[in-house]
Design a protein around this ligand. Sequence first.
Ligand code: TXA
Ligand code: MG
Length: 354
Amino acid sequence: MAGDRKTQRFDASRPGDVAKVAAILRSGGIAAFPTETVYGLGADGLNAAAVTHIFEAKGRPADNPLILHVTGAAMLEGVVGGVPPVAYPLMDAFWPGPLTLVMPAAEAVPRVVTGGGATVAVRCPDHPVALALIEAVGRPLAAPSANRSGWPSPTTPEDVLEDLDGRIDAILDGGPTGMGLESTVVDLVADPPRLLRPGALPAEALAPFLPGLQPAFASLPASAVPPSPGMKYAHYAPRAPLVLVEGTPGAVAACVLRLAAEAEAKPVGVLATVENAAAYQGLVAGGALMEVAGARDDLAGVARGLFRCLRTLDRRGARLILAEGVPREGLGLAVMDRLTRAAVRVVHAGGDGP
Ligand code: TXA
Ligand code: MG
């Protein structure tokens, strides 16, 4: 049963705790751990039975494959069946870091990890605790984000426990994560390579290595088989329905105020940018809830605050979330990808651009 585990808490800053969590993973358990992006829910990536428990705990569809987390390129042996040449400069430039590479899978990789496919996604996280844990286990760790399937990704141990307490064997507390948004996923098996998921490594950084890299999702007809199974599921959604409002800051603020006034479900929650926060003071005085994710001119801050703010608005009891969009450039591409997939409706408020 997914819900009858006792979740032991460990603290990454306590000597010996990383080794204790590694022992749980080596014996087939599942444990949450911090990475630089979001918390992951890990299992020994070469132990099919252990990996199956990840799917049960998250309620994740079986055809959605998992990322294998490694300490570096040296660990790819036995995991990847032939490293595409373009992978080497990418790993040199961006590992450890938030870049996941899809490559041909080696025989030894359990099919439950690959979702039954012939490819495997691999990344090397840039977090001392994650690296120490993988090192101590001595094997790649299969790890999706440590949230219930479909919900916002977890950026704190509290988020993980909110979703998974009693469903996983352990959590290794390493404090809040630094980036707040998942890794960028690039498919190197496709020719030419394609961007499967915009993420914490901006697509612009990849351009010198992969000129003309196209997002696989932009050209996806509604009826097509998605190139990454993760694309076809509802994702990142808070419990309250979320309406995404795009446009220039002034147009967005006016539209949010109008939608809030029309809303029947109260309280309304506003996911605001710093630039517009003052425009909502009256709304907040009238009982609306507001969380400020970050500033439009610091999209790393918005990325860091995005999932945290969505979860906070849920906890505070928002019945409808009105979320401000940001420009689709740099980290804004990933922020807008998550918000668009979380949204029940996207409203174009107008103005000259986002
Ligand atoms: O930052 C991250 O990537 C976090 C941390 C924990 O490392 N992990 C994460 O995993 O976000 P997850 O499972 O929530 O998202 C992995 C994405 C999914 O959209 C999945 O469909 C895609 O990567 N993926 C995994 N393996 C794949 C494969 N072989 N081919 C295509 N897409 C793949
Ligand atoms: Mg996820």
